[in-house]
Design a protein around this ligand. Structure first.
Ligand SMILES: Cc1ncc(COP(=O)(O)O)c(C=O)c1O
Length: 373
């Protein structure tokens, strides 16, 4: 008997998705590697707020108890933080990734299609396939923008459309007008629309625009948010989704009990309350985005896409190096970057680097100058 023959057909063909942040495979605790600088994961370079660490220490007494499976306190705080929504509009996940999988498991029936722009975050595809659905990619064109006409033309044939705004790995926001047209078309056609806003907090104020306000008039709309990126709670695994009450009620039926541990909930509540730390994070990202844009553009052979979020997509073709070669060369300096060749729609000409602190960014630029002289 071969065990694999006992698995469901659509599960057999699933492949793990590659991600940044693979620091654990680099022997982080090997003395020679203690100084690894991770530019491959797009998270707050300051880590979590010091108040979060304190709150976690003070909450260790909660460990012998089951956590609140509904995350009642956190939902209240999130609804106040966002404004204009109630706790019933919220579902909390073990990282926003859990909610991507919950959404497809609940809504995608066998053989149904999901539209996904390419390149984008890889887990939408895997989640659709795991649910038995069929992902259909639409390549981004003309400077990595959505071809809105073509996108809209495909909507009636879909069960779900996925959008990531701003998009990973391009770091570009979707034009508001295009977004509204897509949302309206999906609503008209009774197609579900999933908008991942995990990186929205990093976007400059004048460009920042969440679609949360649209959930009232669009019952088919689901918005994804995370505590991983801006709030730096990466290893604690916590994120949330926003939708109308009926949408959240349906999703909640598929949620595993106690999916959020007691320390993650405390951390998220504290992070939302520490506005001073959020302002500091935002200020740092703004300043370093300008600094790195200027400096990365000076690296020989780099073609840098101006970012809206906290990371850069760079075409390195003219350096004569492939993405894995550059990644390998930078590891000698203790620097980890994201080789983007695993993204659908990209190849070995692309890398992604996150924004970190000034000293770290300077170190990256210095290393790049040596590797790409
Ligand atoms: C666009 C996007 N969405 C969702 C996620 C998942 O984040 P998490 O599960 O840590 O909230 C990631 C992680 O890289 C991402 O880039």
């Amino acid at each position: 008997m071969k065990l694999i023959d006992l698995a469901k057909e659509h599960i057999k063909s699933l492949r793990l998705c590659a991600h940044g942040g693979e620091v654990w495979h680099l022997n982080l605790y090997n003395p020679g590697r203690k100084d690894i600088l991770d530019f491959s994961a797009n998270v707050n370079p300051l880590g979590p707020s010091p108040k979060v660490i304190e709150a976690i220490k003070e909450s260790l007494w909660k460990i012998p108890f089951y956590p609140d499976s509904n995350c009642t306190s956190l939902k209240e705080i999130i609804s106040e933080y966002i404004g204009g929504i109630s706790p019933e509009n919220l579902i909390v996940g073990n990282g926003s990734t859990e909610l991507i999988y919950m959404f497809t498991e609940v809504f995608i029936k066998y053989g149904e299609k999901a539209l996904i722009p390419a390149p984008t975050f890889g887990e939408y595809e895997v989640a659709v396939k795991k649910a038995g659905g069929r992902p259909e990619y639409l390549p981004l064109t003309n400077g990595f923008k959505i071809d809105t006409e073509e996108f809209i033309g495909k909507i009636p044939d879909m069960k779900v459309v996925f959008l990531c705004n701003p998009n990973n790995p391009t770091s570009l926001s979707i034009a508001l007008e295009d977004l509204s047209r897509i949302i309206n078309e999906a609503t008209k056609e009774d197609v579900l629309i999933f908008i991942d806003e995990d990186f929205m907090d990093f976007v400059p104020k004048e460009k920042r625009s969440s679609q949360v306000g649209e959930i009232r008039s669009h019952p088919n709309l689901f918005i994804l948010k995370s505590f991983t990126k801006f709030f730096g709670l990466t290893g604690l695994r916590i994120g949330y989704g926003i939708g109308n009450i009926e949408m959240i009620d349906i999703l909640s039926r598929a949620k595993m009990p106690w999916n959020i541990n007691c320390l993650a909930e405390v951390a998220a509540i504290t992070a939302l309350g520490d506005l001073e730390f959020s302002v500091k994070t935002y200020g740092l990202i703004e300043e370093e985005r300008q600094f790195l844009l200027r400096e990365l553009r000076k690296i020989r052979g780099f073609d840098v896409l101006p970012p809206d979020a906290n990371f850069f997509l760079i075409n390195i073709e003219k350096t004569g190096l492939k993405a894995d070669e550059l990644k390998h060369d930078l590891l000698k300096f203790g620097i980890l970057i994201r080789d983007c060749s695993s993204f659908e729609g990209l190849d070995d000409r692309y890398i992604r680097v996150a924004i970190r602190t000034r000293k770290e960014n300077e170190y990256l630029v210095e290393a790049l100058r040596k590797v790409c002289p």
